[in-house]
Design a protein around this ligand. Structure first.
Ligand code: GLU
Length: 380
């Protein structure tokens, strides 16, 4: 099947779209490009005019701040200072472009904690929902000025896929400065070709890592595919499209036109809670399992019991997210753990009936309950 066949099937009845615009689309050495922002706003407005709901995730704060400062400091504090300066400029330009169209916009600056911590996540979702129902355009960026390394999301590609899942969007459009996902790095391989359709973003990612080196192979495109993989697991269609091409957004949302790379979503939408465990939380440690336990989780949908734990890594607390490693040390799943690291260490290899005797208390029979477990490598 072609990209168009999939588009007709997948985009026929969409309601809600997240559009991510990268810094390279919006800016050049002189800072933000008003004409580009203007044209993107015109296209977003066209979708809104058709009754679609749209949330925008925009980068460009750091680029704008650096252009204004006239220098490119690369320390954390300098990046944050640039973001603090540039965020105002970024929003000023978006607001100006939408004011012309009588569209009110709203700013949301999120850190990783805002999407990971359930209460804050819920608040952010409710705010975005309220904005959408008031026909206001939510404009999201990472809160770069306060996001120190440990709580940074890192890039807006991943942020946009988390937002798309949080608000149950059906389509995520990632606008970049390349035509889409290519067969190789175009600066090294002039014959690199656009891949119009990706069924398995994970396999594609492995290819890119092998290609390696260069910002396109190791950074830019890899994070886009990572974001696409996460969104695909949530049942969201992803289109990676050339943001500087005229009418790229309109074409991406149009089932009758082919543009960029379409990543086909999983047929079965991963429940939002499982998506949160798999992709929004950060593992605080890892449990190495024996073959039998890994198989029971992977193939039979069982919970993890103490008897299947071979080794414990990290210093997690009860309720934290941990990685689950198979017999070869490969991470195959993640889950919320019922006991702190020190206690799992004491329980490893024991029977569940021993828990009270070993610990002097019991929170649960399982180390990780099946409801709090998610398989990472399930084919989409
Ligand atoms: N949040 C950053 C900015 O607005 C960009 C991060 C990214 O490009 O992924 O400058």
């Amino acid at each position: 099947m072609s990209q168009l066949d999939y588009k007709v099937q997948l985009l026929g009845s969409i309601r809600r779209i997240v559009i991510k615009v990268g810094s390279a689309v919006l800016s050049d050495r002189d800072g933000l490009q008003a004409a580009t922002i203007e044209h993107l706003a015109e296209q977003v407005e066209a979708l809104l005019g058709r009754g679609l709901e749209v949330a925008l995730v925009t980068s460009g704060a750091i680029a704008a701040g650096r252009a204004r400062l006239g220098r490119r400091g690369s320390s954390m504090a300098e990046r944050q200072a640039a973001a603090a300066i540039g965020q105002i400029e970024l929003m000023r330009q978006w607001a100006k472009a939408f004011d012309l169209r009588k569209r009110t916009i709203a700013q949301l600056l999120l850190t990783h904690e805002d999407v990971a911590e359930r209460r804050r996540r819920l608040n952010a979702v409710q705010t975005i929902r309220a904005l959408l129902s008031a026909h206001v355009l939510p404009v999201v960026n990472e809160n770069d000025t306060v996001a120190v390394e440990e709580i940074r999301m890192g890039d807006n590609d991943v942020l946009s896929s988390l937002v798309a899942d949080m608000i149950q969007a059906e389509l995520l459009i990632i606008l970049s400065d390349v035509p889409g996902v290519l067969t190789g790095d175009p600066r090294k391989r002039p014959d690199a070709k656009l891949i119009p359709l990706i069924m398995d973003p994970e396999a594609q990612m492995r290819g890119l890592v092998a290609e390696s080196a260069g910002p396109l192979g190791s950074g830019g495109m890899a994070t886009k595919l990572q974001a696409a993989r996460q969104a695909a697991r949530a049942g969201i269609t992803v289109i990676i499209a050339p943001g500087r091409e005229s009418n790229a957004i309109v074409a991406a949302a149009d089932p009758r036109s082919e543009i960029g790379t379409l990543v086909v979503p999983a047929r079965k939408r991963m429940r939002s809670r499982k998506h949160w465990i798999a992709f929004a939380l950060r593992p605080m440690g890892a449990l190495a399992l024996d073959r039998g336990a890994a198989e029971a989780l992977r193939l039979r949908g069982r919970s993890l019991l103490a008897s299947g734990v071979r080794d414990v890594h990290g210093n997690f607390r009860s309720g934290d997210c941990v990685s689950l490693l198979d017999n070869d040390g490969v991470e195959f799943g993640r889950g919320l753990v019922n006991y702190p690291a020190a206690d799992v260490l004491r329980l490893k290899g024991r029977q569940s009936t021993d828990i009270v005797r070993v610990l002097g208390y019991k929170l649960a029979d399982e180390i990780v309950h099946r409801d709090n477990f998610v398989l990472l490598d399930e084919t989409v």
